[in-house]
Design a protein around this ligand. Structure first.
Ligand SMILES: [Zn+2]
Ligand SMILES: [Zn+2]
Length: 268
């Protein structure tokens, strides 16, 4: 039995004897099937050809994969004072990554923004003795490997560790989530986002799309709902989904001007 991994999106599937017939994540309108056709690999094959790479991100440590794999997912190991919170996930976990996180006090929990980052959450949890993996209940149908470590949560917010709060924004996916860290940025607050607010190349704005690769925008109510979801929380920095792709100051104002710009662009 094998846990196959989709080469295009990096999602690991539950154990099967044969390759899955298709990847629902890639066949969804938000993604795309590999131009050369559906392909599969395994975590063992990945470990033979790739390694985890680490980047210093101003407190949190970024964890990526080299050479690049899938959609270039990057996770963030965030020190909590009582072990690490892993925000988002990547399709590969190596002994080097395990050692790195152990040196930071060990892994306490994994929380993932949305299905494009579910990747190898089961491998990551198992590598640390089965730590909980927090996924929003509303995206349950996109879980391809329903592992025992998953804690489905529902509603609009959940504190998973002291000062670490998951906030459901919806938008990109119904259960799309961001993570707020109240003590981040010397108490001014950090916001860790996925694709419901996506940090843009200018690192001064975010955007809001149902699909980034297929350019499907969100409508006004969805964007206003995202703004309302994060409004009660103070934050200085916003951490995007790849290395150094952050808004480093006045994140709150960046979100406000991004919403205004976006709504102006889609106005009748
Ligand atoms: Zn896929
Ligand atoms: Zn996404």
């Amino acid at each position: 039995m094998t846990r196959f991994v989709c080469v295009q999106c990096g999602t690991q599937f539950a154990e099967t004897s044969a390759q899955p017939p298709a990847c629902p994540i890639c066949e969804d309108e938000r993604q795309y099937v590999r131009w050369s056709g559906q392909e599969w690999t395994t975590c063992e094959e990945l470990r033979a050809r790739h390694r985890n790479v680490f980047t210093e991100e101003g407190g949190p440590i970024g964890i990526g994969i080299d050479p690049d794999f899938a959609i270039g997912q990057r996770a963030l190991a965030i020190p909590s004072g009582d072990g690490v919170i892993l925000w988002d996930c990547v399709p590969l976990v190596t002994g080097e990554a395990v050692e790195r996180i152990r040196s930071m006090g060990g892994l306490k929990a994994i929380a993932i923004s949305h299905p494009h980052f579910y990747s190898a959450h089961a491998e990551w949890s198992e590598a640390f003795g089965g730590v909980p993996v927090y996924l929003h209940e509303d995206d349950r149908l996109w879980v391809m490997n329903p592992h025992r470590a998953i804690r489905f949560w529902s509603g609009e917010a959940l504190e998973i560790a002291s000062g670490f709060t998951l906030i459901r924004t919806g938008g990109h996916f119904e259960g799309s989530t961001v993570l707020h860290h109240a003590a981040g940025a010397d108490g001014r607050g950090d916001l860790f986002v996925g694709d419901s607010l996506s940090v843009l190349q200018d690192r001064r704005h975010v955007s809001f799309m149902r699909s980034y690769p297929n350019a499907i925008p969100l409508n006004r109510p969805a964007v206003e709902r995202i703004g309302a979801a994060v409004a009660p929380y103070p934050f200085e920095r916003i951490f995007g989904t790849s290395a150094q792709r952050h808004i480093s100051q006045d994140g709150k104002a960046a979100v406000a001007r991004s919403i205004e710009r976006y709504l102006t662009a889609i106005r009748d």
